[in-house]
Design a protein around this ligand. Structure first.
Ligand code: ATP
Length: 220
């Protein structure tokens, strides 16, 4: 059975989620209080409806509680975003993801029970900064305030060495969870796995430990 999603707010972020979910073959109901935006999505989403989601009767009449996951992508109007989330929560929607505009907004959303709070501008900013600072870091996923998963290109200094030679876990407290090699992915590589040129190491650990590992990788 196809999963059913509802996206509230069809700005750049909500619009992009709506398009991507549709491309992934999901059933998507697109909701916005701006008729022009809704018209834009009438050929993209499974259903596109005009409605003010701060009105409980509107959400009830759309049968919102039957949707598997609701994404609230109302940006600028923080009050509307909070009120919409609160109503969705009260109506018993199981999974609610909300876009936060700032840290205070995020705090309130978490307090009222949003399951996932996303901060696309902040997160993408951090990601790009990480990539700019280090030529070796290809991508970065924040797991918590202090832990991440990072993709690091194997430097000249470690090519030909095995994971056990490098003694990464003991020296740096980080783990190589996978190695991307050409089109293959070696999941949980064994200690004797030798690093090849152009390998991409997928490393998990505390940010400070990953930074130490990465510096050492370059300066070894
Ligand atoms: P983005 O930051 O994703 O580009 P945006 O800045 O283009 O968004 P916003 O004003 O942040 O647009 O809001 C996103 C959408 O949410 C808009 O299309 C807006 O009409 C819609 N929206 C705002 N308030 C409500 C509401 N109460 N009910 C339904 N839709 C709403």
């Amino acid at each position: 059975m196809k999963k059913e999603f509802a996206v509230i707010g069809l700005g750049r972020f909500g619009g992009s989620i709506c398009r991507s979910l549709t491309e992934l073959g999901m059933e998507v109901m697109a909701i916005d209080n701006n008729e022009e935006r809704v018209n834009e999505f009438s050929m993209i989403a499974t259903h596109a409806v005009v409605g003010n989601t701060t009105d409980e009767t509107v959400l009830k009449s759309l049968g919102i509680r039957n949707f598997e996951h609701v994404i609230v992508a109302i940006g600028d109007d923080i009050q509307a975003s909070i009120l919409t989330t609160l109503i969705l929560k009260e109506l018993g929607v199981k999974h609610i993801t909300v876009k936060a505009q700032n840290d205070y907004h995020e705090k309130v959303l978490r307090k009222i029970g949003a399951d996932h709070v996303v901060h696309p501008e902040r997160d993408m900013g951090r990601r790009i900064a990480q990539n700019i600072v280090s030529n070796n870091v290809l991508d970065y996923l924040e797991l918590s305030d202090e832990h991440s998963i990072v993709e690091i290109v194997a430097s000249e200094k470690i090519i030909g060495k095995s994971i056990v030679d490098l003694d990464i876990r003991a020296k740096f407290g980080v783990n190589i969870v996978a190695i991307k090699r050409n089109k293959d992915i070696i999941v949980s590589p064994i200690a004797n796995e030798v690093i090849h040129a152009n390998d991409i190491l997928i490393v998990i650990g505390a940010d400070s430990d990953i930074n130490r590992f990465e510096k050492k990788l370059i300066d070894l």
